[in-house]
Design a protein around this ligand. Structure first.
Ligand code: GDR
Length: 326
């Protein structure tokens, strides 16, 4: 059975992807950043499964800029497929920490590609790119040919990594692909992203544990899908006969305000009674509308994002209610 290596295995997508690949019979290796904490909540079900952890799932310590260690891990594990999910993923934070965002997201990807270029039999490579590479509101919905015009440090780092991935495919014959992912959410989403911040607040307010929710702009429109759907598309991309780039989105956009309304409706509350706005959460620049055209993924991968926003929000709010209930 095939072997996969996942960078960013402890994140939302990494944990769903690991579960999906293990269910398909893969051996899975994951890169983990070394720090003093060993808490990896999203991997707990796999970690505590005696038939899985250290049997078919293995974790290795390596930061993305630690080329020597990553090369050693690749020589040792010899994966058939490499899913590159790791990086600084918060768009707002990238304005505060642009250097480390570029160091990990842009240069980290290039360093991986350089290692692959030198391997005798390199694995198939999937870079998880982002809709943040796009930037003009009049070029919406975007597809694989829409020009990249990023307006955030995160988007610029992702555009660099995306173009390098394409360059290594074209110039060095690597099986290297980009999954250009629009926002995708789940109960495993980090709490600093707007969706989880809202679903957790709706649950907490309805239980009397919180009084208000404080956000930045409510006007931004995003194409929100369900993370477990997206990891399925990631796998499909690497099963194609030839490497290519794909937009992964639902093809439907909503505003942050729409998301608030849906989430608070799940707990029978009106969001307008609880909202506060704080300029602290406004970004110096952002794309107002990001909407994907996933036609190519539908035609070539046979993939569609089946879970729609109201269902995603309901799943997340109900999860947060269970987690917060005394
Ligand atoms: P995004 O997701 O920037 O699209 O990137 P995020 O949830 O952070 O923001 C979505 C929209 O909500 C607005 N917003 C707020 N955002 C946050 N985080 N916190 C707030 O309090 C808040 N108030 C309003 C934002 O301005 C924005 O318009 C996500 C990440 O997962 C990226 O890594 C990924 O590449 C893209 O999606 C696709």
């Amino acid at each position: 059975m095939p072997t996969a290596l996942i960078t960013g295995i402890t994140g939302q997508d990494g944990s769903y992807l690991a579960e999906r690949l293990l269910a398909k019979g893969y051996t899975v290796h994951g890169l983990v950043r070394r720090n003093s904490s060993t808490v990896r909540t999203r991997l707990d079900p796999l970690f505590y499964d005696k038939d899985v952890y250290n049997e078919r799932l293995f974790l290795h310590y390596a930061d993305l800029d630690d080329v020597t260690t990553i090369r050693r891990i690749l020589h040792k594990t010899m994966p058939d497929e490499l899913y590159h999910l790791a990086g600084q993923s918060h768009v707002g934070a990238s304005f505060e920490i642009p250097e480390s965002t570029c160091q990990f997201t842009a240069m980290g990807t290039l360093k991986l590609l350089e290692i692959l270029r030198d391997l005798p039999t390199p694995p198939k490579f999937l870079h998880i790119s982002s809709s943040e590479i796009f930037g003009r509101p009049d070029e919406s919905p975007q597809n694989e040919t829409t020009p990249m015009r990023p307006v955030t440090p995160y988007g610029i780092a992702k555009a660099f990594a995306t173009q390098m991935t394409t360059l290594y495919r074209d110039s060095f014959e690597l099986f290297a692909c980009n999954a250009i992912c629009y926002n995708h959410e789940s109960p495993r989403r980090g709490e600093s992203f707007v969706t989880r911040k809202i679903t957790k607040a709706a649950a907490a307010i309805s239980l009397g544990l919180q009084d208000t929710i404080t956000l930045g702009s409510l006007d931004g429109r995003r194409d929100w899908g369900f993370a477990p759907d997206y990891v399925d598309a990631m796998w499909r991309i690497l099963q194609q006969p030839a490497p290519d780039d794909y937009i992964l989105g639902t093809g439907i956009d909503h505003s942050v305000e729409d998301f608030l309304a849906i989430a608070f409706r799940v707990v029978d509350l009106d969001w307008r009674d609880y909202i506060q706005q704080d300029p602290r959460y406004l970004r110096p620049a952002e794309v107002n509308r990001l909407l994907g055209n996933p036609s190519k993924a539908k035609q070539q991968l046979g993939w569609t994002a089946t879970t729609q926003l109201p269902e995603i929000v309901r799943i997340m709010v109900q999860h947060d209610l269970r987690e917060l209930q005394p």
